[in-house]
Ligand binder design. Sequence first.
Ligand code: XMP
Length: 325
Amino acid sequence: MGEKRPENMERITTPELAERFIDEKLRELKNQIGGGKVLLALSGGVDSSVVAALLIKAVGKQLVCVHVNHGLLRKGEPEQVVQVFRDQMDANLVYVDAVDRFLTKLEGVADPETKRKIIGAEFIRVFEEEARKQEGIEFLAQGTIYPDIIESGPVKAHHNVGGLPEDMNFELVEPLKFLFKDEVRVVGKALGLPDSMVYRQPFPGPGLGVRCLGAITRDRLEAVRESDAILREEFAKNGLEGKVWQYFTIVPDFKSTGVRDGKRSFDWPVIIRAVNTRDAMTATVEDVPFALLQHITDRITSEVPGVNRVLYDLTPKPTGTIEWE
Ligand code: XMP
């Protein structure tokens, strides 16, 4: 019931249409929520950020945003969430540093699906604990978008996350549930969110955890985070940001020999993946200019500790999936 996009709903393609959608939603949200308190898990991804920005406009401090830093976010992400939502939008934001907790739980766990399950379950547990600390919450806001409802594509299939316990019986608030991703971006832009949040590439829930292959170690996780930051910086500088659908780095759990300053080294490789797709079911590899790949290789091998080689993944999907785990 009510889970079908209304047939007469116009596609939100312009700032004017976004403004109209926002006005309508603000009215609906104020109606639904009244003087109640709303809880939102704010990851910093496009969907939850747009929901947060809408709710801040609609109900201000009645919204409690919880940002869980599980240690598997990209470089600068938790800081940006705090800066945009707490400093600029004056939101009620609870920042939870759960880095040690997640990394301890994941210690020695090499199986990809077990890693995903641990990350998903631990996330729910941390969020639940924070929810219990808050008094008088009646509503739970979620960044559900239309494809989450109509498809069970490869992205959804990976979500091994359960829900909140039954005794936490919140009424759901899902203002984006009939929007497609491109519409969410237009709305986010109209709400004044920064481009780096609005036009962000897809990022899996288990984050860098599925790109630090096998059992996660802190040194390799840092190598993933630092090399990813270099790749993103270079793609942005060279006009590939917003053009390439998804790009990131992977650090496998084996070493190879190298040579540095005339001495033998035995260090990790970094693998670069850059792909284009419409629906993530199939994907093609971006033809990144060779000179740029060489420049990124130079930067990664000189700036990222413990890395002596860089490889470029030439495999389309199929046969390779987009992620390596
Ligand atoms: P694959 O690797 O299956 O990925 O080709 C397709 C798309 O799904 C994303 N992905 C995930 N997203 N949780 C998510 O929220 C996950 O566990 C997960 N695994 C993969 C992947 O980044 C790509 O966009």
